[in-house]
Design a protein around this ligand. Structure first.
Ligand code: MEV
Length: 438
């Protein structure tokens, strides 16, 4: 099959770059054919293609150096979301996820966004917060003053720990002090603000916090217990916005429905949890592909959403012409250096496919993916419902779990979908019938 990066559907494409991620028939290709397309798009070497092709690409000895008590490695399917145009640049987006429909949904939303201008995204400088907890203080306000007086010494001590980071333009930048009333009495929390450049940053920040703790004790006469990064990375937020044509979404009724869906999420934490979960479906899938710390991202996103009452991470409004505009903002402490990002062979290839030059650019891409994912979920929910898209892929998993192989899979799926009965016992029955027939 020949793949055409199509720019030609009348009225559909307004913005195209030379290397287009608009690949209308990508999903119809075989995995091998898709690999060829991605290889060409990202300039992968044959060796890198081989790493992707070989789905067990984490060698045991490498896994054994990453965590403790290793006995193997587990794998997720790695898909590519197409159609993303972010700040005028085309991206093919690697996503690692076990849930059907997420990759297709992101690609579909990105296709609609590029009918206008794609996504406009931005990210803050990569500044993380490290916390140093100071307890047993006679006078917390006096301790606060002393810490602020010692600001230069604290920053210098922190920066001594990581000359490479400082050389790369990062390092400890600022000291903040908060006095908190707690169940154990008043205490002071020092925030060390550290520009971690292209890393996720927890290691650098934790090292600095541990190093400055004795100095903080000396300045305050208090007792330091915790010295650790905060995942509520409010200085490291990313944003994206996009506009979606009402016709592409399915008309005014769908736009209206999405506004109602957003209103419910804003009013009800039970719905908001699922709304934000859908956003994180996309963000976490990209993070997993690039071996980023997904627990840190989840913690950051949901704690940010909960500041001042749990709220949706996206907002939606109708434009004057009836089109739908969406925005997302959340902390995204993501990295392209350090941790497992540079160790895991598949993560390294995924980063090359994504073609991001910095942690900021990665955060911008992930914000756009989160917005796309939310749009796709809300559109499906208010239009045909989420199950239709899921059904076939879900049925395929059920068929395979029941033992169907090769051509049997499609036949079992076809019959279960037709009967609207997607259950493992039914899959087994159909399979038994097929096998009887030979
Ligand atoms: C499923 O993984 C995600 C959704 O539930 C998100 C949502 O409801 O907005 C579809």
């Amino acid at each position: 099959m020949v793949l055409v990066p199509l720019n030609s559907r009348e009225g559909e494409e307004r913005v195209e770059s030379l290397k287009s991620s608009r690949l209308p028939n990508f999903h119809e290709l075989s995995p091998e054919e898709r690999l060829r397309v991605v290889k060409e798009f990202a300039g992968l070497t044959e060796e890198e293609v081989e790493i992707l092709r070989n789905t067990g690409s984490l060698p045991l000895d490498l896994a054994n150096r990453m965590i403790e008590n290793v006995i193997g490695a587990t794998h997720l399917p790695l898909g590519i979301a197409t159609n993303f145009l972010i700040n005028g640049k085309d991206y093919l987006i690697p996503m690692a996820i076990e849930e059907p429909s997420v990759v297709a949904a992101a690609s579909n939303a990105a296709r609609m966004a590029r009918m206008k201008y794609g996504f406009r995204a931005s990210a803050d400088e990569p500044v993380m917060i490290g916390q140093v907890q100071v307890c047993k203080l006679k006078d917390p306000e006096e301790a606060r003053r002393r810490i602020l007086e010692g600001r230069e010494r604290i920053l210098a001590k922190a920066n001594e720990q990581d000359p490479l980071l400082v050389k790369a333009g990062g390092g400890a930048r600022e000291v903040e002090v908060r006095v908190l009333d707690t169940r154990m009495g008043p205490m002071v929390v020092v925030h060390l603000l550290v520009d971690v450049r292209d890393a996720m940053g927890a290691n650098a920040v934790n090292t600095m916090c541990e190093a400055v703790a004795p100095l903080v004790e000396e300045l305050t006469g208090g007792k330091v217990y915790l010295r650790i990064v905060s995942n509520l990375a409010v200085y490291r937020k990313a944003r994206a916005e996009a506009s979606f044509p009402k016709e592409a979404l399915g008309g005014e009724e769908v736009v209206e429905g999405i506004l109602y869906a957003h209103a419910l999420a804003a009013a009800d934490p039970f719905r908001c949890s699922t709304h934000n979960k859908g956003i994180m479906n996309g963000i976490i899938a990209v993070a997993l592909a690039l071996s980023n710390d997904v627990r840190a991202l989840e913690a950051g996103a949901h704690s940010y959403a909960a500041m001042g009452g749990y709220k949706p991470l996206t907002s939606w409004e109708r434009e004057e012409n009836g089109d739908l505009r969406g925005r997302i903002e959340l902390p995204l402490a993501v990295g392209v250096l350090g941790g497992a990002t540079g160790v895991h062979p598949v993560a390294r290839v995924c980063r090359k496919i994504l073609g991001v030059g910095s942690s900021k650019e990665l955060a911008e891409v992930m914000a756009a993916v989160g917005l796309a994912q939310n749009l796709a979920a809300l559109r499906a929910l208010v239009a045909e419902g989420i199950q239709r898209g899921h059904m076939k892929l879900h049925a395929r998993n059920v068929a395979m779990a029941a033992g169907a192989r090769g051509e049997q899979v499609e036949e079992v799926v076809r019959r279960m979908v037709e009967e609207r009965c997607i259950r493992i016992d039914r899959a087994r029955e159909i399979l038994a019938q097929l096998e009887q027939r030979g």
